[in-house]
Design a protein around this ligand. Structure first.
Ligand SMILES: [Zn+2]
Length: 362
């Protein structure tokens, strides 16, 4: 049994979308109620468990929040449950003390009532008290649905579904490439991935366009009075652009990583030296860096699921300075040198390809 999660965009009608907002609001109210109750408990040297808090909440909710009768009680129950988890982790020193949720925070709620309580049929999901909501795509995994979280991202509703599935369901991969070979991968900002067999995966082109949009949205925001209505609007536009960039980038990373993994029998990667990258590359914005390490993480887990061994080179392994033909190590290699010339053996090769060959596992 393994767990997989899939996030799918929802296509709700107006009524459903209003109901989802109400459920998210209900979850927030229940969480905050629980948190203040827990704090009162702490002040009286009493550790209130989520069962205690739930009982307390259920006793007062129909008077205090009579609008909740129309809504699914799973939203409040799960919110209090999550609060219980949060304070338990806080007690163990694993995270900081939970804070009250604000209206402006992420809008979300957990809709299920335990494993197997939410039904999915093709591209529709049956959310309690909301009914059948259309999804943009079907579930990729087969199995029992153990958790369903509805959230709003960039003004669009989506659902995150956690599935307990049988491993045999997803170990399958199309037999596209018969002759798999070990592969070294050099990751970078200009070219996302260069493989030792000569394949390259570019960073998506739309990103440049969106980076200009991002700059414009940032300037627009800076001209507004902080906290004003127009500032709020500009902020929403900015976070929308951010979200779009993240989506495009993530999609490109998924596509590149799955293609690499399908072709490789073993994979060698470098350990990213983030601070080194920041120092060196003009383009290395914090965003790009975190994205590159996420890309490597994707490669790792996808390889792992398919049983493909993955080796990480030592952080100080000079993959771009060593000649992949004779092993000679250059002392100086400028970042603008896109081509590698070896003074010993006369090799003339693309810099990234040279690095990828050096990273290739034997
Ligand atoms: Zn050489």
């Amino acid at each position: 049994m393994e767990r997989r999660s899939q996030q799918i965009e929802l296509n709700p009608n107006n009524k459903q979308s209003t109901l989802m907002s109400q459920h998210a609001g209900y979850a927030r109210v229940a969480f905050n109620f629980g948190l203040s109750s827990f704090k009162v408990g702490l002040d009286n040297d009493e550790w209130r468990t989520y069962v205690d808090i739930k009982r307390e909440f259920n006793a007062v909710k129909h008077d205090a929040f009579d609008w909740c009768k129309e809504l699914s009680q799973n939203a409040s129950k799960n919110a209090i449950h999550n609060l219980g988890d949060a304070v338990t982790r806080w007690k163990k020193g694993q995270n900081s003390f939970p804070v009250y949720k604000k209206r402006s925070d992420k809008i979300s709620y957990q809709a299920d009532n335990g494993t197997g309580t939410v039904e999915v049929h093709k591209n529709r999901i049956n959310l309690p008290k909301i009914g059948w909501v259309r999804m943009r795509e079907e579930l990729r995994y087969k199995g029992r649905i153990s958790k369903v979280v509805v959230s709003k991202r960039n003004n669009r509703w989506c659902v995150s579904i956690l599935i307990d599935c049988d491993i045999s369901n997803f170990n399958y991969q199309p037999p596209l490439f018969d002759n798999k070979a070990p592969m070294g991968i050099d990751v970078g900002i200009n070219t996302l991935a260069t493989c030792s067999n000569g394949d390259t995966y570019d960073n998506p082109r739309p990103l440049r366009r969106y980076e200009r949009k991002l700059a414009r949205a940032n300037r627009a925001l800076s001209r507004k009075i902080k906290g004003s209505q127009n500032w709020q609007k500009a902020k929403a536009v900015l976070s929308g652009v951010h979200d779009r960039i993240a989506c495009i980038r993530e999609d490109a990373h998924h596509q590149a990583s799955i293609r690499i993994v399908r072709k490789a029998s073993a994979i060698g990667i470098e350990t990213l030296n983030i601070s080194g990258l920041l120092k060196n590359r003009k383009l290395a914005k914090a965003l790009s860096d975190s994205a590159l390490s996420r890309f490597l993480t994707m490669l790792k887990y996808k390889a792992d699921r398919r049983g493909i061994p993955i080796t990480e080179a030592d952080q100080f392994f000079a993959s771009s300075k060593i000649c992949s033909n004779c092993g000679h190590k250059k002392k100086d290699l400028g970042l603008s040198d896109r081509q590698y010339h070896c003074s010993e053996c006369g090799l003339d090769i693309d810099r990234d390809l040279n690095a990828a060959i050096n990273l290739c596992p034997a």
